[in-house]
Design a protein around this ligand. Structure first.
Ligand code: 13P
Length: 268
């Protein structure tokens, strides 16, 4: 039996400066103490400028909270003005990094090859890349979802031969669901994540059973429990609902209740 520990990560995107971040994480920590979230990994993913402050709060308050970054350079060092290297993030206490979020692909022209090189750089620097994939509304309407996911995931896994599946994560984030208020149905999220696991098997073999695959896109406290019900969904990548401590705690509460109930066990 493979054990996959669920993850719920809050991607703050371009919100909350470092002063706001300190207040946010301090309050989130107080809320977490009053909850039982021991069965899942909880991660916050703030902007770069917040990382040091957030890491200090996590350390000082001894919070069971992982720290993620939203992006990382494909380069380890050198004359690359404006870039931030994986090893620098690692040194700050960051353990996980989003790679190829659809907003990076759309607004910053990140193509599949760059996503693959960036994931490799994250691993070299000691970080877990969370590889973000997902089809656009037009691709979905054309029935091209499976093909898009195969292209996006294949480009990355093809470059990471021999990688340990437990050092990777994948986030299925359909572009049409991000920020739209319309999440995928649990059935659609479940079947896309199952498809991604099958694709991962082509590169990782049986180890794909230990790859954690998350769903993201308009997750809220109201839909979180049903979205983690399908067996191949191992957690959630949350955007706007993670911007307040109460909102994120609401999602975390829904997910942990779901895992506690008979509907879903994190250990399979
Ligand atoms: P929303 O939850 O705001 O739709 O954002 C999802 C997302 O892009 C998380 O990375």
């Amino acid at each position: 039996m493979t054990e996959r520990r669920p993850i719920v990560a809050g991607n703050w995107k371009l919100h909350l400066d470092h002063v706001e971040a300190v207040h946010h994480v301090t309050e989130l920590g107080m809320r977490l103490r009053a909850m039982d979230v021991a069965s899942i990994d909880v991660v916050v993913v703030p902007p770069f400028t917040d990382l040091r402050s957030v890491s200090s709060v996590i350390e000082a308050e001894k919070l069971e909270l992982g720290l993620g970054a939203q992006h990382v350079s494909e380069f380890d060092q050198g004359a690359y003005t404006g870039e931030v290297a994986a090893a620098m993030l690692s040194r700050l206490g960051v353990t996980i990094v989003l790679v190829g979020h659809s907003e990076r692909r759309t607004f910053f022209h990140m193509d599949d090859a760059t996503v693959a090189r960036t994931a490799a750089a994250a691993l070299r620097g000691g970080l877990t890349p969370m590889i973000c994939v997902g089809e656009s509304e037009d691709e979905r309407a054309d029935g091209a979802t499976d093909e898009v996911l195969a292209r996006q995931l294949g480009a990355v896994l093809g470059e990471l031969a021999g990688v340990d599946a437990e050092r990777l994560c994948v986030a299925y984030e359909p572009v049409w669901a991000i920020g739209s208020g319309t999440a995928a149905t649990p059935e659609d999220a479940g079947s896309a994540c199952a498809h991604l696991r099958k694709l991962a098997e082509q590169h990782l073999g049986e180890a794909a059973a230990s790859l954690r695959i998350l769903y993201g896109g308009s997750v809220s406290a109201d839909n979180a429990a049903e979205l983690v019900t399908p067996p191949d969904v191992d957690g959630l990548l949350v955007g706007s609902a993670s911007l307040t401590p109460a909102g994120f705690a609401g999602v975390l509460g829904a997910v942990t209740d779901c895992y506690r109930s008979s509907r879903r066990s994190p250990r399979r």
